[in-house]
Design a protein around this ligand. Structure first.
Ligand code: GRF
Length: 291
């Protein structure tokens, strides 16, 4: 099934109904998400002595009803695991938006390599179980990669959100959660990413480079640092007299908004994979718009 997106003319009888023009009629190179319906529309009109009849397919998005007019199955609330190594301000903003109800998902578990970090403390204070991964040196706590996969599976976790988690994600977890692990990075990837680019080092490097824009990137996670498919970005200006701390604070503010918005889209099943492997977000307001 393909979503046909680009139309060049419109039906003379029904101007809202676009006519297909084979040259320009393109297919959007992406898989259609489950909640996009394909509606077949037919139109006939007279051109000279010829009566022309044609049909077009177009995507129809209707959250309440499917194409046949039956009530659509509501999108299931998603189960989330958040991985944190530090203060956890992104984790907190995701958790808060879940409590407020704007996020259609719940944080079931907090995974950390630093059981005393701010994020873990917040989790414990809010009744969210804390799991230690990987094993802490000289500590009895901590799971192996396969135990972590089993734990997340037993909790029926749908998505994993890395939010300032500084350890590399083991391949077992990446295979078990294909296209389901997101990370947030505080620069516009692929610039200023990879091993060694974390925390203030990123912002110092941005300022030293003379770049006029920085900002957060949210990407899917693969076996390497910061190389997975980019899902969302937001530009933040770098000001002439910025210190790394000032830039970090400006970027972090935007991180909170962008991560929440992106996780909302993830939980609402609004991520669409283009044929070339690039993930897109379908707009909530205009279902035919992707970013
Ligand atoms: C953020 O800047 C994020 O982009 C990076 O680590 C930092 C985590 O900050 N991956 P916080 O713990 O969410 O406050």
């Amino acid at each position: 099934m393909e979503a046909q997106q680009t139309f060049s003319r419109f039906c003379p009888k029904h101007p809202s109904l676009p006519l297909p023009s084979h040259k320009k009629f393109q297919t959007l190179p992406c898989a259609v998400p489950k909640n996009l319906g394909i509606q077949r529309l037919c139109c006939s009109y007279t051109e000279g002595n010829n009566k022309r009849v044609f049909c077009v397919s177009r995507t129809v998005v209707d959250e309440a009803k499917n194409v046949k007019g039956e009530a659509a199955t509501p999108v299931r609330r998603k189960k989330l695991a958040v991985f944190v190594s530090g203060g956890g301000s992104n984790f907190k903003s995701i958790h808060q938006s879940s409590l407020k109800g704007s996020l259609h998902g719940d944080v079931l578990v907090l995974v950390t390599n630093k059981p005393d970090c701010g994020g873990a403390e917040y989790a414990r204070n809010n009744g969210i179980p804390v799991v230690v991964f990987p094993k802490v040196k000289d500590g009895s706590d901590g799971l192996s990669p396969s135990e972590l996969v089993d734990t997340l599976r037993s909790l029926q976790v749908d998505f994993i959100l890395l939010a300032g988690y500084l350890k590399l994600i083991p391949v077992e977890l990446i295979r078990a959660y294909e296209k389901s692990i997101l990370n947030i990075h505080p620069s516009l990837l692929p610039a200023f990413g990879g091993k060694g680019y974390y925390g203030m080092k990123v912002h110092k490097a941005v300022i030293a480079s003379g770049a006029r824009y920085s900002g957060p990137t949210i990407h899917f996670v693969d076996e390497h640092y910061d190389t997975g498919r980019i899902l969302a970005q937001r530009a933040v200006p770098v000001l002439a007299n910025d210190t790394a701390e000032e830039l970090a604070a400006r970027v972090l503010k935007e991180e909170h908004r962008l991560y929440v918005e992106t996780v909302e889209a993830l939980c609402e099943e609004r991520i669409v994979w283009r044929d070339d492997g690039v993930p897109l977000i379908r707009s909530k307001d205009n279902p035919n718009e992707f970013s």
